[in-house]
Write a protein that binds this ligand. Structure first.
Ligand code: DQA
Length: 153
């Protein structure tokens, strides 16, 4: 089973960016934890990071064949109708993740445009949010696969 991981804008700066909020782990360190977990739970992951909204939309549109998506839309969480619509259009279940607890921060971060079209949201556990997100995505994708197998047999 294939799961797509998407990191949004400025997450390439993890490790040096606002360490008091996002911690000191780099994106490469988070990605290697994700790869280790993927191996353990027997899923294939593809990891993508972009600072550009359109590139994220293009990647979601091309995600046919993936069982689920784990996405940290970063600042686009609070602004992007385009990313929200792309997720809604593909119908691939998406797990929204955030390192920080967006509800404990500035008011403009309390609203996620992505949450209503996501299967669920994990927010506030640092890099662990991604690992929980990957486990959740694998469960959802597995359940969906089992369901469609049952339907066809
Ligand atoms: C973030 C939270 C967003 O509000 C912020 O713009 C980010 C990172 C998080 O992972 O905590 O860039 O998505």
């Amino acid at each position: 089973m294939k799961i797509l991981i998407i990191h949004g804008p400025n997450l390439n700066l993890l490790g040096s960016r606002e360490k008091d909020i996002y911690g000191s782990k780099t994106l490469a360190e988070i990605n290697s934890k994700l790869k280790a977990l993927a191996k353990e739970i027997c899923v294939n992951i593809m990891i993508f990071q972009s600072n550009h909204e359109g590139e994220i939309v293009d990647t979601i549109q091309k995600a046919k064949g993936y069982g689920a998506i784990v996405i940290n839309p970063a600042a686009y969480t609070h602004t992007s109708v385009a990313i929200r619509d792309a997720i809604a259009a593909t119908k691939i279940p998406a797990v929204e993740v955030h390192l920080s607890n967006i509800y404990g921060r500035e008011e403009f971060r309390h609203k996620s445009l992505i949450a209503p079209v996501a299967a669920g949201q994990i927010s506030g556990f640092g890099p662990e949010s991604y690992l929980l997100g990957l486990r959740a995505a694998a469960c959802i994708a597995n359940a969906k696969r089992g369901h469609s197998k049952k339907k066809t047999s």
